[in-house]
Design a protein around this ligand. Structure first.
Ligand SMILES: *[C@@H]1O[C@H](CO)[C@@H](O)[C@H](O)[C@H]1NC(C)=O
Ligand SMILES: *[C@@H]1O[C@H](CO)[C@@H](O)[C@H](O)[C@H]1NC(C)=O
Ligand SMILES: *[C@@H]1O[C@H](CO)[C@@H](O)[C@H](O)[C@H]1NC(C)=O
Ligand SMILES: *[C@@H]1O[C@H](CO)[C@@H](O)[C@H](O)[C@H]1NC(C)=O
Length: 206
């Protein structure tokens, strides 16, 4: 595990640099960095430091799929810098369900284990891939995608870099079936009955 962590830190540094060059898409700022609100004088290095991901070091693997984000919300120093991270932990057989990131491309790097991943483009073509440790995959901005650890014995660990300080995540299941959209609209949209919609909804609400 120690070597995994070292690899992770190295990779984190490299992907941060790459993403900033290749995928920056938030509005450009006109200053080197953006200070916290109500700050007029220079801040110190702690503003540019985030230690919230130390929680994955020296701890046992979570029992279900877990995301640790380092985005603008958790790490205010990212304001205006167009980058962020998510650390994805997949115990055996776990899924990061269908979702989109409305504001950023995602560059996923598999640090340990393997993952089945896929996205669907606007012509409804599926691009799916089996990724091994050391592989990367890019999920284009705003497209529906998933990641799944199909291996029955090995957990998987991945780091995703985003070309936005606040990529945003919209879960397909929750936004469609766990919001307050009128059932009739859902039934008509999916060409099915209200009963079927209720059944799907109840699975998410329980
Ligand atoms: C920031 O400035 C506003 C306006 O002066 C003030 O109302 C607010 O309390 C300040 N917030 C902090 C965290 O200092
Ligand atoms: C993890 O454990 C090692 C060995 O016990 C220790 O040196 C290191 O400081 C720990 N790291 C964290 C972040 O707790
Ligand atoms: C699960 O991962 C282990 C270790 O990498 C590998 O030996 C095994 O073949 C994998 N099993 C499947 C079903 O892919
Ligand atoms: C459905 O929405 C409720 C209320 O927002 C939330 O507590 C619950 O976790 C959601 N279900 C799932 C499966 O995320």
């Amino acid at each position: 595990m120690a070597s995994v962590i070292t690899t992770f830190l190295f990779i984190a540094f490299v992907s941060f640099t790459l993403v900033k060059v290749a995928f920056a898409s938030d509005p450009d700022i006109l200053t080197d960095y953006v200070l916290p609100p109500n700050t007029t004088t220079a801040t110190d290095a702690s503003y540019f430091t985030y230690t919230g991901v130390r929680s994955i070091v020296n701890t046992t693997y979570p029992s279900k799929f877990t995301v640790i984000k380092a985005s603008l919300k958790e790490f205010p120093g990212l304001l205006g810098q167009s980058v962020s991270y998510a650390i994805l932990q997949f115990p055996v057989g776990s899924l990061n369900p269908l979702h989109i990131h409305p504001r950023a491309t995602e560059l996923l790097f598999v640090i340990a284990g393997s993952l089945q991943v896929g996205f669907v483009d606007t012509t409804n073509t599926l691009f799916s891939q089996k990724l091994e440790t050391g592989d990367m995959f890019v999920f284009p901005k705003g497209l529906v995608h998933y990641q799944y650890n199909a291996n029955g014995t090995e957990p998987a660990l991945a780091v995703s870099a985003f070309g936005s300080a606040s990529a945003g995540t919209q879960s397909i299941a929750n936004s469609v079936f766990n919001s307050t959209i009128y059932e009739g609209i859902l039934a008509e949209s999916f060409k099915t009955s209200a009963d079927v919609i209720e059944k799907i909804e109840s699975g998410l609400k329980s």
